[in-house]
Design a protein around this ligand. Sequence first.
Ligand SMILES: *Cc1c(COP(=O)(O)O)cnc(C)c1O
Ligand SMILES: [Zn+2]
Length: 411
Amino acid sequence: MSFILGLRCGSCGRRAALAPVHVCPECFGPLGIEYDYAALARSVRREDFAAGPPTMWRYRALLPVGDEAPIIDLGTGFTPLLRADNLARALGLQHLYIKNDAVNPTYSFKDRVVGVAISAALEFGCETLACASTGNLAASVAAHAAKAGMPSYVFIPADLEPPKVLNAAIYGTNLVAVNGSYDQVNRLCSEIADAFGWAFVNINLRAFYSEGSKTLAYETAEQLGWRAPDHIVSPIAGGSVLTKIAKGFGELRELGWIPAGRTRISGAQAAGCAPVTGAFLSGAEHVSPVRAHTIAKSLAIGNPADGDLALRTIRNSGGSAEMATDEEIIAGMQLLASTEGIFTETAGGVTVACARRLAAAGHIDPEETVVLYITGNGLKTPEVVSSIVAPARQIAPTLEAFAQTMSGAVA
Ligand SMILES: *Cc1c(COP(=O)(O)O)cnc(C)c1O
Ligand SMILES: [Zn+2]
């Protein structure tokens, strides 16, 4: 693999050969991908990316995907970075952007991570793709496996939102609903991964999977004219996307492709599942597991695999962390829709609601350039807002009947 040196343990620093393993054989620390940045800087220029496809694959040189590896591309990434002046006014900010990842092929940012993981799975010769999912990963794994002609198994908590179940099932996957929490599903899947040797994208392929989220940072920087924002707000479930957005900006600085400086990284969680925010606010050094209970099911991971790393990333960047109640999450979804015309799922509601709290508390400076990462689509969780939107006014097909309804019009 071109710029990839191998796997390296984040705890003890030991190297390991590329393989579908995610923990250090010596100390059980988390394995990450190590790159040859010097070689990268010598052979790639940032101008080269513009000539690539209008997808995340334009950044292939910065991903753990070998030159010969097959790419299963559904058209993921290069999603819009939208200036959000209406929402900015509502939050008291001046330079606010939305990275709208709700418009990916399976309607969440998970297509980025699955795209990288399935390439690794195919390169390692794995025959079955699988995942433990809080909902969005299920659809993405099922869709990518369908495109690759690969069998897939998708494990979900049995209480998942029906649209998310449908959105995975349509691709023809083996869908397994487990009577338990996501954390229990995940534990079961670790055992299945060992027993069956399948490629679980977010378990034994986690080192590869998580690298896909770096493309959120690369795209943001390129779309801002090769500079990083001053401050970003990212949702946190397992803690992978937040830490990899930070890593992405760090790599671009190390390669000299964006100006030196720092990007403050702030985290957003639901109050009903806020292990990282709780640790941040209490000054704890480690994240303690919690029992999840929130409408933001895609963020309901009580025992986040990258929780400590997310906590460190936030602190080292000078960022902050917040949490939002179920009511605030719904209000956040409504606010984004009514100000910017973007319908996001509950996870996006968490991000907007936490950004609102961070701005109100002065943790976001009004003059900072801020990017909110909107990671999933509102049609995934319609039931939480169905009761709060105004119903259609039913009328007879006459001008008179319509004129009569005008008195109750929305301004
Ligand atoms: C999975 C998910 C997240 C969080 O991802 P982690 O990398 O596990 O922190 C955020 N938003 C949505 C919509 C998701 O599906
Ligand atoms: Zn180790």
